[in-house]
Design a binder for this molecule. Sequence first.
Ligand code: RNT
Ligand code: ZN
Length: 412
Amino acid sequence: MNRYESAKEMYAKYGVDTERALSILKDIPISVHCWQGDDVVGFDSKEALSGGIQTTGNYPGKATTPGQLMADIDKAFSLIPGKKKLNLHACYAIFNEGEHADRDSLKPEHFAPWVKFAKERNMGIDFNPTFFSHPMVKDNLTLSSPDEQVRTYWVNHGKACLKIAEYFANETGVPCVMNIWIPDGYKDIPADRFGPRFRFKKSLDEILSVPYDNKKVYITLESKVFGIGLESYTVGSAEFCMNYVANKGITPLMDNGHYHPTELVSDKISSMLLFNEKIALHITRAVRWDSDHVILFDDETREIAKEIVAHNALDRVFIATDYFDASINRISAWITGIRNVGKALLYALLLPMDKMKALQDNNQLTELMVLSEEFKSLPFGDVWAEYLNRENVLADYLDEVKVYEQEVLSKR
Ligand code: RNT
Ligand code: ZN
């Protein structure tokens, strides 16, 4: 008997069907952020990364052209099992020689090469307006700016992006999630907390006044607690965003780096699912702050996956990744992080959820703890290896990444 067959038997003893888990896993789309490939730089401006987010590290070989980024995505995706979507930011617009459009006048055609890329690979595309790293970000403010020229500029950016999101959905035949996140905030205690939020609300209303098909484009709003240099006040706070989405019938997005360190997104998912048709996630790893480290196969990632699976919400949760580590090989960072989301989902799919829920409801909490701990040492790795094998993906990716580093990245 091979290792998978023996693992299958061991799981079956607990009433867990590994075949069922594998067949569900391969169809769960994970929206992979393009920005791990170039440290969130993009192609449309020479501005440094701003908005209170930061990449640290100087590992050689980052992508600096669309061709390089596409090649790197291909390399990473060839080593990541399962279904993927491509998550783009507006700053990744691609212009022809001599052509340029500012963010408030971006057009679908500026993303045509990405559509071609995605279609050839049978993928959908998700999208994000880019409200940072741009000279029109004035005093760290965009959609909440008191300067009407600045505020209108960014409203127009949002509107332009909505059209582009619809274009992605039409072209690929897959709905597009368009996520709005603004960095707006203050380093020190503001005099007026209301004004910026009032203007942010008004700006969002204006963006949403563009007619769009809400079965093709899902607009999500991402909250945050603070950014670097914006420690005291964040306009798009959790309460602002939760209330706004509830009022407008759009979708909330939770990034697990965007809460106080002892708050857990895994604990928030059930509440959000009760009151929203869909929810969206940015899975990341926050080390002491919103540091956006590579996702590990750690407790919180598993717990997030468990919440999605346990509530049968795989078709109600848009799962995306969001991290950027510039201190290690970026291709490996992509593969490791996205694989870990897949691993966490598989781990969750292999839990005897019905049995565990029954133990909880019967107050057999001793038994629940023992069973949960037992599962940590079942031969999970053998089921994961079987998945990689069926998906035709190498288990050991590092050698291949190293070859790519030598042959491609080191020559940049
Ligand atoms: C920032 C947010 C946001 C960005 C990306 C690049 O704190 O998490 O999602 O990371 O849009
Ligand atoms: Zn995020």
